[in-house]
Design a protein around this ligand. Structure first.
Ligand code: ACO
Length: 475
């Protein structure tokens, strides 16, 4: 049971995103934005969204059930379950308690943990709670399970193309193929009104888009400086971008990720000019005397640093950008969906490599931390994780909706937000087998879910039913 020095981290990971999506190129034209604004300007390809059949609870049920099934994990082996989400369905009842249906059925109610909320950061808080638990004296030898789940939707306007939806599940334990280097964490927390949800009658946030970009970059600088100084203290040498093989970012939209990596490069230049190439040094030199505030506003610095860091961006960041570009901002799941993209693209060569991760949640809270890949034992090997993720298969089986249908769907969801006494009627044929979906909300606001098994067969998910145990043909 001694988990110390035993590579505590992520043993297995699964991702789910709705099969319904809209293409950014079509949305751009529909919204009257100039050609290329969403695809090149924001760097996004496609955006997933929930229809009335899906929400953060159904997506969590789907991804947890899928992970347990595919890795052959008995629900009784889970000792802690933590959820990160900023999508409010109930102001009191945690999403974790809905997920307990899976575990109750198997007689396991001895599971610690509830939900963590602070914008896109809640998943990281949940992950740290689980990792810390396995590393602590209260660990009882069972697995931790982390779920990050969100549906990101915005009111009509410039923020709307930066939505998305997904859920991620991560199994936590010792001897992990993805091990935390817990000592190298750098955190920055502060008070800001960059993105928040004060209107409890609406799912849409209040956003100060420009401020949120600056807050993100300021938090990134602060976390990087903190991360570097901890690394230097413990390792006795200066940290630079060359000390990590990959950098994975919370990804509201790809352009911000490009700017963020360039900002790290500029940080390296400021801390130790000789750590960057000569040509880059010359290009960045004119900006070395800018104050912090001036540097966030300088378009010239932004462009110059992106240009000199481009080759490193292609090698160290680009492999993690697939799902964020295809699915959109998944809030708490965004960073971890980017991470699964890296595993999907590079699983054969990751052994021994270090990844630096940056988590940001508006309001604001942010942490930079690092993980190292190891050769795991089946089923927890990187190649099996990549095959279970089935990223290509999931992307290929999506259904593209027109922007008009997407907007129509958002209107229905606005109407349904916080509503009671309705049944869902959308066609569940779009959902693949194994997907949970909402069937109704009754007059007491109680929500009912079923599992899509095969055509004409469903599994009812109410109290007292679990997994495939309640299969009602033709229900
Ligand atoms: N072709 C190519 N590029 C274009 C075009 C075009 N036709 N038109 C505009 N662009 C570029 C702009 O130059 C800009 O790029 P740059 O930043 O490199 O200069 C980019 O497209 C975006 O255009 P803007 O006019 O600057 O942005 P806009 O006012 O439309 O809003 C924003 C963008 C602020 C990101 C908005 O979508 C938003 O508020 N999103 C939600 C907030 C958010 O995601 N914040 C990030 C951190 S917080 C979080 O995770 C929620």
């Amino acid at each position: 049971m001694d988990s110390q020095h035993k590579c505590v981290g992520i043993l297995a990971i699964d991702v789910y995103f709705p099969p319904t999506c809209v293409q950014q190129e079509a949305l751009e034209a529909h919204d009257g934005a100039s050609k290329g604004k969403y695809t090149i300007g924001l760097g996004q390809d496609c955006m997933a969204f929930c229809t009335e059949l899906e929400d953060v609870i159904s997506m969590s049920l789907t991804v947890v059930n899928s992970l347990l099934e595919k890795y052959g994990i008995d629900p009784r082996q889970i000792g802690r379950l933590e959820v990160g989400s900023e999508t409010v369905i109930d102001k009191s009842k945690s999403i974790k308690t809905w997920l307990m249906q899976i575990f109750e059925e198997c007689g396991n109610t001895d599971i610690e943990g509830v939900d963590s909320t602070n914008a896109c950061y809640g998943g990281t808080a949940a992950l740290f709670n689980c990792v810390n638990w396995v590393e602590s004296s209260s660990w009882d030898g069972r697995y931790g399970l982390v779920v990050c789940t969100d549906s990101a939707v915005y009111a009509e306007g410039p923020a709307r193309p930066t939505g998305g939806a997904a859920a991620i599940a991560m199994l936590i334990g010792p001897n992990a193929p993805i091990a935390f280097e817990s000592k190298f964490r750098g955190t920055h927390m502060a008070h800001a009104y960059d993105f928040y949800k004060p209107n409890l009658a609406s799912e849409y946030p209040v956003v100060d888009g420009k401020l949120s970009q600056t807050c993100y970059l300021m938090a990134l600088d602060s976390c990087y400086q903190c991360f570097c100084s901890k690394f230097e203290k413990l390792e006795g040498k200066q940290f630079a971008i060359s000390d990590a093989d990959y950098f994975v970012f919370h990804s509201p939209y790809n352009k911000l990720v490009q700017k963020s990596f360039a900002r790290l490069y500029f940080n390296d230049f400021l801390r130790n000019a000789s750590s960057v190439e000569k040509d880059a040094r010359e290009k960045l030199e004119p900006f070395s005397t800018l104050s912090g505030d001036e540097s966030y506003q300088s378009r010239y610095l932004e462009k110059a640093s992106q240009l000199v860091a481009k080759h490193l961006y292609d090698a160290k960041v680009q492999p993690s950008t697939l799902l964020p570009k295809q699915v959109g901002n998944m809030y708490t799941a965004s960073l971890y969906a980017a991470f699964t993209s890296l595993i999907h693209n590079k699983h054969g060569t990751l052994g021994g490599q270090r990844v630096v991760m940056f988590s940001y949640g508006s309001g604001l809270s942010a942490t930079m931390f690092s993980v190292r890949f190891h050769d795991g034992q089946h089923p927890f090997s990187l190649s099996n994780i990549a095959s279970v993720l089935n990223v290509s298969g999931k992307l290929e089986s999506r259904h593209i909706f027109s922007p008009e249908k997407f907007v129509e769907n958002l209107k229905l969801m606005e109407h349904r937000y916080g509503a009671k006494d309705f049944v869902t009627s959308a066609d569940r044929k779009l959902l693949s087998p194994g997907t949970f979906y909402l069937t109704k909300v009754d007059s007491m606001y109680r929500r009912y879910y079923e599992k899509n098994i095969v055509d004409g067969a469903v599994c009812v998910m109410e109290s007292g039913s679990c997994g495939n145990s309640l299969l009602l043909n033709g229900h």
